[in-house]
Design a protein around this ligand. Structure first.
Ligand SMILES: Nc1ncnc2c1ncn2[C@@H]1O[C@H](COP(=O)(O)OP(=O)(O)O)[C@@H](O)[C@H]1O
Ligand SMILES: [Mg+2]
Length: 260
């Protein structure tokens, strides 16, 4: 497969093989197979409740499947113990849906939480890293504020700053533009592209925002009925005549038209 710049996908950073996840009688993932190339941005699209967040949680090792594997650089993370997972998790960071900041902590404490808990860095170095990460997401002099004092867009940026603070190799974004107006959503999309260009990371963006897909993604995977129904470049998605994919994309556009 080639990305939007015509580069061939090189080594596989993440390989998801026959992943099954069932909640009681709800078969959410029914044999998901997906390869994520190193250094690219892959968008995972799918309707609400299709299992996108569940899939991300398996990549993070936060959920265990009934069967199948998520391989990270060849290691099956779904088989690992909690202790082994801790090392792997340091290489990954997730920007949770709704930002998930701790309300009782300042912005600096939120961004630095992983650094304080999981590194031996001195307090001064951590403070420096916090300010650097906030600047990378376009925020200045807000270290002492609390989440309640921030707008929705700023909260998203702080959540992204927290994610990059541990210098991860894999960045997972769960619905990063949901709940934002189109201008703020676009500036978050630009930020995702900017970070992708400046950090040595592989990114996965879960979204149902097609504008976001077009702006940030090299590759797209469409989760439908528990499996990956379509996998390809954004151009291949646009040119696809697959009726299920077409209806999904058209459905989103229609909902957006009604809202605006
Ligand atoms: N911890 C859980 N326990 C039971 N069911 C869950 C759990 N997490 C997710 N589900 C169910 O799995 C399905 C997929 O959820 P999710 O991955 O959150 O969807 P989305 O694609 O909107 O992110 C939903 O039917 C949801 O109710
Ligand atoms: Mg979700």
């Amino acid at each position: 497969m080639q990305d939007k710049n015509g580069n061939k996908q090189d080594s596989k950073m993440i390989e998801i093989v026959k992943l099954w996840k069932v909640f009681e009688d709800n078969e959410v993932l029914r044999g998901v197979n997906l390869s994520i190339g190193k250094g690219h941005t892959t968008a995972i699209i799918g309707s609400s409740g299709s299992g996108k967040s569940v899939l991300l949680k398996h990549i993070m090792g936060l959920m265990k499947p009934e069967s199948g594997c998520v391989f990270l650089n060849g290691t099956c993370v779904t088989d690992l113990s909690y202790e082994q997972l801790k090392t792997i998790r340091k290489k990954m960071a997730m920007v949770f849906q709704g930002s998930a900041l701790f309300d009782s902590m300042t912005v600096a404490e939120n961004v630095g939480i992983g650094l304080y808990r999981h590194t031996d860095l001195k307090s001064k170095e951590i403070q420096k890293r916090i300010t650097e990460c906030l600047e990378m997401v376009g925020l200045h002099n807000i270290e002492k504020l609390f989440p309640a004092e921030l707008s929705g867009g700023m909260k998203k940026r702080v959540a992204i700053a927290r994610a990059i603070a541990m210098r991860p190799k894999i960045l997972l974004y769960d619905e990063p533009t949901t709940g934002l107006d189109p201008i703020r959503a676009n500036s978050i999309n630009d930020l995702i592209v900017n970070l992708q260009n400046h950090l040595d990371v592989t990114s996965i963006v879960v979204t149902h925002d097609m504008n976001s897909v077009e702006r940030v993604a090299d590759f797209v995977a469409f989760l439908y009925n528990g499996t990956i129904h379509f996998e390809g470049t954004v151009k291949e998605l646009e040119n696809s005549d697959d009726i299920v994919l077409h209806n999904f994309v058209k459905g989103i556009d229609e909902v957006e038209e009604v809202q605006t």
